[in-house]
Design a protein around this ligand. Structure first.
Ligand code: ADP
Length: 262
């Protein structure tokens, strides 16, 4: 519980700080980019070397603007709009987007539980979570591999919960995202949810993905856990509480295994 508290305090502090800085920075960048674009129009066609310098400066400024946009989105704790959700339907609906995002060298496999319980969560944010985890999985498999998305009804008992943090024992809808990629050593797992922690090259990773995912899952009353083996791959399990209002019902989907080359 202390760990969860520490994590959320860290995120809150970083959120306030970055929100203020990103906002001011964004305004300054707008001036820089506007001036560069004017310069490009005036001088760009006269000298190709000048054109290249201006283009390089603009490129850097655009990347900085992209980062500040992400920082703003991170600090702006959007209010959640939870709905009763069929996670199987949500995952199925994302398959084109997922295939497109992971590319042709990675096979997408979905294993959707029949009779999956309903949960309550913000559908747009949950799509973001799944997309974030899929993109991380892709980045861990530069040579290709397999991405599996699995859903399951899960019962977290006292034994599990007492070892873990922050959620009461009970019924959860589990989403597991498994890759056959590089895996994560223990020190990376320990820091993975920290804002700005990244092992990716400058310009490639912001280190905000998993901390956003963590924040959303906690806000939704859920739980997230990383299982990883270096050289074997990673499984990230997300648990969202079973919806109590519709708890008598199950979602009557056929158990579905969908395996396709993308
Ligand atoms: P970013 O993707 O921008 O680096 P994240 O917060 O999403 O930020 O991830 C933090 C770090 O956790 C990554 O830089 C990477 O080292 C590690 N990581 C996350 N997901 C995976 C994965 N599926 N396989 C291996 N490493 C991962």
């Amino acid at each position: 519980v202390q760990e969860a508290l520490r994590q959320s305090q860290k995120m809150e502090a970083v959120g306030h700080l970055t929100g203020g800085i990103a906002h001011d920075f964004n305004n300054m960048l707008a001036v820089v980019m506007g001036s560069l674009e004017l310069l490009q129009r005036r001088l760009g066609s006269e000298d190709s070397r000048v054109a290249r310098y201006i283009e390089a400066a603009l490129d850097g400024a655009r990347r900085a603007a992209n980062l500040t946009q992400r920082l703003l989105a991170f600090s702006r704790q959007q209010p959640l709009r939870p709905e009763v959700l069929n996670v199987n339907r949500l995952v199925s609906g994302m398959s084109d987007l997922l295939r497109h995002s992971i590319g042709a060298d990675i096979r997408l496999e979905t294993v959707l539980a029949g009779g999956l319980w309903a949960t309550q969560a913000d559908p747009n944010q949950l799509e973001n979570v799944i997309l974030n985890l899929a993109v991380n999985a892709r980045d861990a498999m530069p040579e290709g591999g397999r991405l599996t998305i699995e859903t399951q009804n899960a019962h977290l008992d006292n034994r599990y919960v007492s070892k873990e943090v922050g959620v009461p024992p009970g019924h959860y809808v589990m989403i597991a995202i498994t890759d056959t990629g590089s895996g994560m050593p223990a020190d990376v797992i320990a820091k993975a949810f920290d804002p700005f922690f990244t092992t990716k090259a400058v310009g490639k990773g912001t280190g905000l993905g998993l901390s956003q995912v963590y924040g959303f899952i906690k806000q939704s009353g859920g739980h997230i856990k990383i299982y990883s083996e270096v050289g074997e791959g990673t499984t990230i399990k997300v648990y969202l509480p079973r919806d109590t209002e519709s708890s008598g019902e199950v979602i009557e989907d056929e158990a579905a295994v969908d395996e396709e080359a993308s």
